[in-house]
Write a protein that binds this ligand. Sequence first.
Ligand SMILES: CCCCC/C=C\CCC/C=C/CC(=O)SCCNC(=O)CCNC(=O)[C@H](O)C(C)(C)COP(=O)(O)OP(=O)(O)OC[C@H]1O[C@@H](n2cnc3c(N)ncnc32)[C@H](O)[C@@H]1OP(=O)(O)O
Length: 286
Amino acid sequence: MLRRYISYTTNKFTNCRHVSQSMLQSTVDEKSGIATVTMNKPPVNSLNLEFLEEIITLLNKLQKDKVRGMILTSGLQKVFCAGLDIKELYKPNPDRLTKFWTTLQDTWLSLYTTSFPTVSVINGHSPAGGCMLAMSCDYRVMVGQNYRIGFNEAKLGIFAPKWFQNTIIAVIGQRKAEVSLTTGKMYTTDEALQIGLVDETCADADSALKKGTHFLNNFQNISPWAYKMTKDINRQSTIQWLIDNKQKDVDFTVEYMQSPGVQKNLELYLQSLKSLPPLKLISEIN
Ligand SMILES: CCCCC/C=C\CCC/C=C/CC(=O)SCCNC(=O)CCNC(=O)[C@H](O)C(C)(C)COP(=O)(O)OP(=O)(O)OC[C@H]1O[C@@H](n2cnc3c(N)ncnc32)[C@H](O)[C@@H]1OP(=O)(O)O
């Protein structure tokens, strides 16, 4: 396991508090109380067990520190998050896969139920679990015209669980979610805006961060309690479903992922990932 460390420093010139873990950097602006969290796990910010554990630890810390909001973004050149780390799913060790899936459920629960408002600034490609990471925030701003976002699980020969699908339905509605999930379509920035996968688009990352901050400023005069209660009631049925079905969801996934058909599909997908030229894959699967 990677050596992990957390360090806290305050920069007296910028009035920002920095929290740095090996794959996540967090900077809290002392004046506004807004945390900017930057994912930095080259090459593609894929979500493996250790990365998910870091995300949960950081969310707990931000909650304890009573931040006023969070902006989640990527420090990589052209990828926001490539989704689940396929190596966790391909030829898995059943014990690790059980821990991985349980931690994935817990990460989603933590992010989807934060006591502070959240924004994702999508400054790179964002397929499958990467798109879900963005959907689990309260607001989404997508940068530029060069990236793709969507749910391509079907292209890998796997399907998204109920709690995952319900999260998407809550954002874009039942019909669009069904078409999106069954076709595995990856959307351009403009298409994503049109179907409501993202709330705003803008040309560059700096403007996107400003738009994210602007959204979070809406909560300056809203009671944190009223915010949290409203969000909990709105999201309650999906959250409760997962809480009630956690073990069933893990057991099913662990068995299903190990089946020969799924493993064959993942093998073929991993091969295509290696053989296709950069970005061809994403455009191929449109
Ligand atoms: C709140 C938490 C989230 C909640 C999620 C909840 C539930 C999830 C349940 C639903 C299931 C989801 C399944 C998935 O997410 S499966 C992952 C799907 N992802 C993809 O299909 C992305 C595939 N990758 C790409 O299309 C491209 O890599 C790219 C992201 C467009 C980047 O392109 P480029 O910059 O050209 O980089 P490379 O293609 O050369 O890749 C570099 C390197 O990284 C490896 N890699 C890429 N993606 C993954 C991945 N997802 N997992 C593991 N490894 C990945 C790629 O193989 C290269 O490796 P090598 O350098 O060794 O060749």
